[in-house]
Design a protein around this ligand. Structure first.
Ligand code: ATP
Ligand code: MG
Length: 360
C-alpha cells in the first residue's frame, strides 16, 4: 500500500535522512519512533507530498506520487491525516467538520454524508455532540473528532503524527483507546509517536529513526523485546538504563560497584541482587579485563525494570577472541558462582562483539 525507496531529504543544505526504505502492506501499521528532530514528521510529510524529497520514490497504492502526470489530489483522497494539533475548522461545528470533505471532495449527497458521519462519530465516542463547536471541546474530544473526520473519507492509509502528544495523560488515554479500537478493526498506515504504549497497541512493525535514516526496523515483538542496536536500546530504556565504558587499563571495581548499586537502589531489589553486583564485577569483569588471557575494554549496561525485579546487566566486549564465559577467561568456579546468584546468564556474539547477558 505504501512503498518508500531510497528516500533522501535535504533541508537547508543539511541531510535530514537518506536511504530510507520501507513497505507498509494492507493491514500493516508502521510505527516510527525516534528522538525529537530525527526527521519523523518530515518523513511523514513526504508521504503526502507536503515535503518534496531530494531524491527517492514513494508509491501509494501503486502510484508514484512524484510522477509529473500524477493527480496528487486523487492520491491524497486515499490518505487520512491526523496531526498533533487537531486542525479542525474552528468556524464549523463537529458535524460540518466531518461531512465537508465527503461532500465537497467526493461529491457525496449531504443526507448520506450525515448518516455516515454519525457512524464514525459513534466509533470515536462523540455521537450526540454534532452541534458543538471545536472551541467547546476538550483536547481529547477534538482529536477524536479529527480522527472521525479522517476515517470518514474511507482512506486506504491513515497517517498519524503524534496524535496524543499535546494532550494531558487522561485525554491521551481516551484518544489512545479510540485509535486502538480502530486498529483492532484493521487499519493500514503509519504512526509517528512518542508513546511507546500506543506503538505497542497498534503497530505491527516499528522503525526507529536515528543517524540520518532508519536505524533499526523490526516486527513489533522483536523491536520491543529484542532491540538489536545501541541507540534503539538507549531510546527504549531511557532513564532505566545505566551505561558505562570500562577501560581495561583504568578498571576501578570499587567505583563501578558503587555506581551500579546507586543506580539500582532507585528500583525494587532483593538482597541477592544487590550482592550479585559485586560478584559480577569480581567473578566476571575482573578476570576478563585483568586475567592472563588477552584482555579487552568492556561496555556495561544495567537495565532496570520499573515494574518487577527483572533487572538485566549486559556486558559487551569488543575485541575478545573467544567466548567470555569459557576458559581462558572464566573457569568452572567463576561460572558456578555467577549461576548461583543470577536467574540466568548467557553469552552470544553479534556483529563481532561478544555479549554476556545476566538476568538478575
Ligand atoms: N522546512 C524546514 N526547513 C529547515 N529545517 C527544517 C524544516 N522542517 C524541519 N526542519 C528541521 O528538520 C529537523 C527534523 O524535523 P522533524 O520535525 O521532521 O523532526 P521530528 O523527528 O518530527 O521531531 P519531533 O519529535 O520533535 O516532532 C529539525 O531539526 C527541524 O528543525
Ligand atoms: Mg515531529
Amino acid at each position: 500500500m505504501i512503498k518508500v525507496r531510497n528516500l533522501r531529504l535535504d533541508l537547508d543544505g543539511k541531510t535530514l535522512f537518506d536511504n530510507v526504505n520501507f513497505d507498509v502492506q494492507k493491514g500493516e501499521m508502521l510505527a516510527i519512533l525516534g528522538e525529537s528532530g530525527s526527521g519523523k514528521s518530515s518523513l511523514l510529510r513526504c508521504l503526502g507530498r507536503f515535503n518534496l524529497p531530494t531524491s527517492g520514490e514513494i508509491y501509494i497504492d501503486g502510484e508514484n506520487i512524484f510522477d509529473d502526470d500524477v493527480n496528487i489530489d486523487k492520491i491524497r483522497e486515499k490518505m487520512g491525516f491526523v496531526y498533533q494539533n487537531f486542525n479542525l475548522f474552528s468556524h464549523l461545528n463537529v458535524l460540518d467538520n466531518i461531512i465537508l470533505a465527503p461532500i465537497v471532495v467526493q461529491g457525496m449527497p449531504k443526507e448520506q454524508a450525515i448518516k455516515e458521519a454519525k457512524i464514525f462519530l459513534d466509533r470515536v465516542g462523540m455521537l450526540g455532540q454534532e452541534n458543538k463547536m471545536p472551541g467547546e471541546l476538550s483536547g481529547g474530544q477534538k482529536q477524536r473528532v479529527a480522527i472521525a473526520r479522517a476515517i470518514a473519507m474511507r482512506p486506504k492509509v491513515l497517517l498519524f503524527d503524534e496524535p496524543t502528544s499535546s494532550l494531558d495523560p487522561a485525554m491521551s488515554e481516551e484518544v489512545e483507546s479510540v485509535i486502538t479500537d480502530l486498529a483492532e478493526g484493521g487499519i493500514t498506515g503509519v504512526i509517528v509517536t512518542h508513546e511507546l504504549s500506543l506503538a505497542k497497541n497498534i503497530a505491527t512493525k516499528v522503525a526507529f529513526m536515528a543517524e540520518g535514516g532508519i536505524y533499526e526496523e523490526a516486527s513489533k515483538k522483536d523491536f520491543f523485546t529484542r532491540p538489536q542496536k545501541m541507540l534503539t536500546r538507549r531510546f527504549l530504556y531511557r532513564s532505566r538504563m545505566f551505561e558505562k565504558e570500562v577501560l581495561k587499563d583504568a578498571l576501578d571495581i570499587y567505583t563501578l560497584v558503587r555506581e551500579l548499586k546507586t543506580f539500582l537502589s532507585k528500583y525494587e531489589t532483593n538482597k541477592k541482587q544487590r550482592r550479585l553486583i559485586r560478584i559480577i564485577c569480581d567473578e566476571l569483569l575482573y578476570p576478563i579485563l585483568k586475567g592472563n588471557a588477552p584482555s579487552t575494554n568492556a561496555y556495561v549496561r544495567l537495565i532496570c525494570s520499573e515494574t518487577s525485579l527483572d533487572h538485566t546487566i549486559i556486558f559487551s566486549f569488543k575485541e575478545l577472541i573467544g567466548d567470555p564465559l569459557k576458559p581462558p577467561y572464566l573457569d568452572d568456579l567463576n561460572i558456578s558462582i555467577l549461576e548461583h546468584y543470577s536467574k540466568y546468564i548467557f553469552s552470544n556474539k553479534r556483529e563481532n562483539i561478544w555479549e554476556v547477558v545476566i538476568q538478575m
